[in-house]
Design a protein around this ligand. Structure first.
Ligand code: FES
Length: 81
């Protein structure tokens, strides 16, 4: 579809349907480790509804953004933390 949203994950371009959350877009594209804990453990979405903060990523340069309740937008740049 031509109305797909284009964005990047760690510099890799992806395209998703409108209405897709960032966390869902990442998981559909094989990204399950969103960040590392202070002791190096891989972390990823847990609750999927904005409570646990495990889905935090850097979005358009802003760190600590919860991605499970953030909709994808054209040109969005997402990076693991
Ligand atoms: S997955 Fe829990 S706050 Fe996003």
């Amino acid at each position: 579809m031509s109305d797909r949203i284009r964005m990047t994950i760690d510099g890799r371009e992806i395209a998703v349907e409108p209405g897709t959350t960032v966390a869902a877009a990442l998981m559909m594209n094989g990204v399950h480790s969103f960040r590392e804990s202070p002791n190096g453990d891989e972390r990823g979405p847990l609750c999927g509804m904005g409570i646990c903060f495990e889905c935090r990523m850097t979005v358009n340069g802003a760190s600590g953004v919860r991605t499970c309740n953030l909709l994808c937008a054209d040109g969005m740049e997402v990076s693991t933390q």
